[in-house]
Design a protein around this ligand. Structure first.
Ligand code: TXA
Ligand code: MG
Length: 348
């Protein structure tokens, strides 16, 4: 298949490109598009065949449900059984934006889209191109992250091209994603909102707004073999580079010393070592490939560049990766969760 690549200018897609994208979706095809979190791989959420194509293009297990994207609140009631008061609160504050809510689904949503579940995950993105696309199509858009299953999510069009060129109809290039980590997922089907995947919106944000919240197990600790997370996707090794990764923690001097020692050991074995760390630590260590994202406290920069750095490590062909543990406050839950998952919960 020939994949058409379209460029946006200043977060705007022109009318004729929008019409081409709309036509693809209408005919059951797939379009990758930018959002404020990561790139999505979109198809008509009402079209079971489109969902099947999404699973096939990603190589994703079909029991892992897709997020349904809408462009305005008026589209929500038809997709769900009810909108609980706690959901109204969250929507008022955080939509459009990096938040996905899990509701009881209505009969309109095919079970192919929801991986056979009776619930549906819904998100209203804030990215202008995503919103224009969904509005133009006139149907909700089912969209997982636009990566091959298991690889880090794409935060630029070039990542999508690497993973999906030739497998999908169109890629809309809207530059780099601003947040860089996937949306916060909250289950609002019960009495208390349950955090299923941390993101830009934190557990504390939810608690401050709703008065209470719970956290699904397996977000910060390695789950048991038979544990079933409420978000099926959270059970897979995820967001991961090809080389095994280890997170290295401790105070700044300790981290530098530990990384230096670990690196020396690996090099003696003839292995190529990649390090992801803060600018401060980078000055203290030596390895084959060292990538920094910014200063110690700069969580926004780390979130924005984490997946891209993991992909770069793959490109460099390193044998092992050591990543400095993140110790800042900004997006702490989301960054820690994604790093732990990329590292298979390996920590020193
Ligand atoms: O930021 C995002 O959410 C991006 C952009 C494209 O919107 N999308 C994204 O989709 O990250 P994906 O498919 O890569 O991750 C969706 C997660 C999976 O872990 C899936 O299991 C969970 O959402 N999920 C989807 N529907 C669900 C449901 N009904 N109940 C529980 N979890 C659900
Ligand atoms: Mg994903």
């Amino acid at each position: 298949m020939n994949t058409t690549i379209i460029k946006c200018i200043e977060n705007k897609i022109n009318e004729s490109d929008l019409a081409r994208a709309g036509q693809i979706i209408e005919r059951g095809g797939l379009v990758a598009f930018p959002t404020e979190t990561v790139y999505g791989l979109g198809g008509n959420a009402f079209d079971e065949e489109a969902s099947k194509k999404i699973y096939a293009a990603k190589g994703r297990p079909s029991d892992n449900p897709l997020i349904v994207h809408i462009s305005c609140r008026e589209e929500l009631p038809a997709l769900v059984k009810e909108i609980p008061p706690v959901a109204e609160k969250l929507i008022d504050k955080y939509w459009p934006g990096p938040m996905t809510l899990v509701f009881e689904k209505s009969d309109l949503v095919p079970s192919q889209t929801t991986g056979g579940l009776d619930t549906v995950a819904i998100r209203m993105p804030s990215h202008p191109v995503a919103r224009d696309l969904i509005r133009y199509c006139g149907v909700p858009i089912a969209a997982p992250s636009a990566n091959v299953s298991g690889r880090p999510s794409p935060t630029s069009a070039s990542h999508v091209i690497t993973d999906l060129d030739g497998k999908i109809d169109m890629i809309i290039d809207g530059g780099e994603c601003n947040i860089g980590l996937e949306s916060t997922i909250i289950d609002v089907t019960g009495e208390v909102p349950v955090l299923l995947r941390p993101g830009y919106i934190s557990a504390k944000d939810i608690e401050d707004l709703c008065g209470t919240s719970k956290c699904d197990a397996g977000i910060f600790e390695k789950p048991d073999e038979d544990f079933k997370p409420k978000a099926p996707g959270m059970k897979y090794r995820h967001y991961a580079p090809s080389a095994p990764m280890t997170i290295v923690g401790g105070n700044p001097e300790e981290v530098a010393t530990k990384i230096t020692q670990l690196t020396a050991g690996e090099r003696l074995q003839g292995r190529k070592v990649g390090v992801i760390c803060t600018e401060e630590t980078a000055k203290e260590i030596e390895a084959d490939v060292v990538y920094t994202y910014g200063k110690r406290e700069d969580g926004d920069a780390l979130a924005r560049s984490l997946y891209s750095l993991l992909r770069k490590m793959d490109d460099e062909g390193v044998d092992v990766i050591y990543a400095e543990e993140y110790d800042g406050e900004i997006m702490k839950g989301a960054i820690t969760n994604r790093m732990l998952k990329a590292a298979g919960f390996n920590k020193r």
